[in-house]
Design a binder for this molecule. Structure first.
Ligand code: BES
Ligand code: MN
Ligand code: ZN
Length: 511
């Protein structure tokens, strides 16, 4: 992961002598661009020629001599970025505009090999400086993300090692900007951690790696961590995780991280699918695209990475994270279609398809977590069904659950993060599809409404506890094209969870 130093100061931008100075240009009512005084003459020329009019997404990269007597700059390059008209945007749209502009800045830094960047916050009328700095930082850091661990030191890698320093120059009070920037850095760092885990191949990121990482962040950030190993899983009756792991020689891990605030408070339980490679098991997947199933741990990555920020920020809400982790292979002892398994808590399940394995490991985690931690609400994240891609494409995460308030809160948090959620229904009609002739339930519900029947399976294990399930199979990678989301895993869910916890008010579930 990159480690970019982010600094906020009153430094005069005309004296900035680093690689790239960025000026944000708003287009006001009459589409007359507004910028910092020293570039105003330049802007007027651009505007006349209609080469750059300050529209959203527009940019120009300039090299010295800047060819204008009024402009005395020491920077090596100047980037003008259009923000367009912002006055009628709501705050979620504004956040996304700033993140997107940040992503664009990162792309231009990469292109021009700029490692030292200064963003001028002087003339962004109408946008609060801490707000602007927060979401620009998020966009810039997320856009600068790169995973080249497995590449030799190619020329490419040497030529641009990433952003080293990001400076915000602001005329206003600095401490609120510094606080916002810190929040953004936490969000971006956690998201990058989630992307790193996902980018690791199945042999580079196993359940053991997950467990090791959990212990490491627990130690660094004062969290409680417990890892349940295979023998103990068998003893406890975590039958879903054990069953999915049967075909593998890689040991499974059941990972628990706990953050407890000082005062008595609500507890939010987070559960993430940590399936480090999904071959389908005996119900083997077709070879084309099977490689992508190294990403089947993105729910677990979102949960564990958000825990790192939660632990750093120490909110007044308790948060417990559980990541059931294994891979799904087809060794000689593998689970077979027709087998019946017993979940933690005693519910039996007939296995119709060993590729519907995510719900098997989540079911144990949900029951276990609810029994042990008595949470106020439960949220699970999983790359659970291909069907959610058919329903919503790669643009919305599917959300299902038994509690309107919880779903509303998550949807709001997601929208604020540029990670939109769309609710799908649940109900008896769908639950009927997973009725089994031989066990309490079966693990598939036929072709129709695959995302809903998967959630209906999970619903059996949450009882009356307020619960929401996020199916991120469409958004965890190949997510909607955005400047701050490079190709590959998006890290979706991490920022939504952090935002959800930041906004949580103790007792809100009752009222
Ligand atoms: N991990 C997959 C879901 C998935 C599929 C994610 C494609 C991303 C892209 C999950 O374990 C799975 O295989 N689900 C099956 C369920 C089916 C057998 C009922 C599916 O969606 O095909
Ligand atoms: Mn599967
Ligand atoms: Zn899977």
């Amino acid at each position: 992961m990159r480690s970019t130093k982010v600094v906020v100061s009153k430094k005069d931008v005309e004296n900035y002598s680093g690689d790239l100075l960025v000026c944000l240009i708003l287009a006001d009512e009459d589409n007359f661009i507004q910028g910092v005084d020293f570039i105003q003459p330049m802007l007027e020329i651009f505007n006349k020629k209609e080469e750059f009019t300050g529209k959203k997404g527009e940019f120009v990269l300039l090299y010295p001599p800047f060819n204008n007597k009024a402009v005395k700059l020491k920077c090596k390059r100047l980037l003008l970025v259009g923000l367009g008209k912002t006055h009628d945007m709501d705050s979620d749209q504004l956040r996304e505009l700033l993140r997107g502009s940040g992503g664009l800045i990162a792309q231009q830094c990469k292109k021009s090999h700029a490692e030292d960047v200064c963003v001028d916050l002087h003339k962004i009328n109408g946008i609060k400086q801490p707000f602007a700095a927060e979401y620009l930082t998020e966009g810039i850091l997320l856009g600068d993300y790169d995973f080249s661990k497995y590449k030799k030191d190619t020329d490419d890698k040497k030529a641009y090692p990433g952003l080293k320093k990001l400076l915000f120059s602001s005329p206003t009070q600095l401490s609120p900007i510094r606080r916002s920037v810190k929040r953004a850095v936490n969000c971006a760092d956690s998201t990058s951690v989630a992307r790193d885990m996902a980018n690791e191949p199945g042999n580079g990121w196993t359940p053991t790696h997950f467990a090791r990482y959990a212990k490491q962040i627990a130690k660094a950030n004062k969290l409680k961590c417990k890892v349940i190993n295979k023998a103990e899983m068998i003893r406890l009756g975590l039958g879903g995780v054990v069953a999915v792991n049967q075909g593998s020689s890689e040991p499974p891990k059941f990972i628990i991280l706990e953050y407890k605030p000082e005062k008595k408070a609500d507890t939010i339980l987070l559960v993430g699918k940590g399936l480090t490679f999904d071959s389908g098991g005996i119900s083997l997947k077709p070879p084309a695209g099977m490689m992508d199933m190294k990403y089947d741990m993105c729910g677990g990555a979102a949960v564990i990475s958000s825990m790192e920020t939660i632990a750093k920020e120490r909110p007044e809400t308790g948060v417990v994270a559980i990541i059931p982790s294994t891979d799904n292979l087809s060794g000689s002892n593998a689970l077979k279609p027709g087998d019946v398994i017993t979940h933690y808590g005693g519910i039996t399940s007939e296995i119709e398809n060993t590729d519907a394995e995510g719900r098997l490991i989540l079911a144990d985690a949900l029951t276990y977590g609810i029994e042990k931690y008595r949470p106020t609400c439960v949220i699970d994240l999983a790359t659970l069904t291909g069907a959610v891609i058919i329903a919503l494409g790669h643009h919305y995460t599917g959300i299902l659950g038994n509690n309107d308030h919880l779903i509303k809160r998550l949807t709001e948090a997601g929208s604020a993060c540029g990670e939109p959620l769309w609710r799908l229904p649940l109900g008896e009609e769908y639950t009927k599809q997973i009725k089994s002739e031989v066990a309490d339930i079966k693990n598939t519900g036929g072709k129709a409404a695959g995302t809903i029947t998967a959630a209906a399976y999970l619903q059996k294990f949450v009882g009356d506890v307020p619960w929401a399930h996020l199916d991120i199979a469409g958004t965890a990678w190949d997510f909607t094209e955005k400047t701050y989301i490079p190709k590959g895993p998006s890290g979706t869910g991490t920022r939504t969870l952090i935002e959800f916890v930041r906004r949580w008010k103790n007792g809100q579930m009752k009222g």
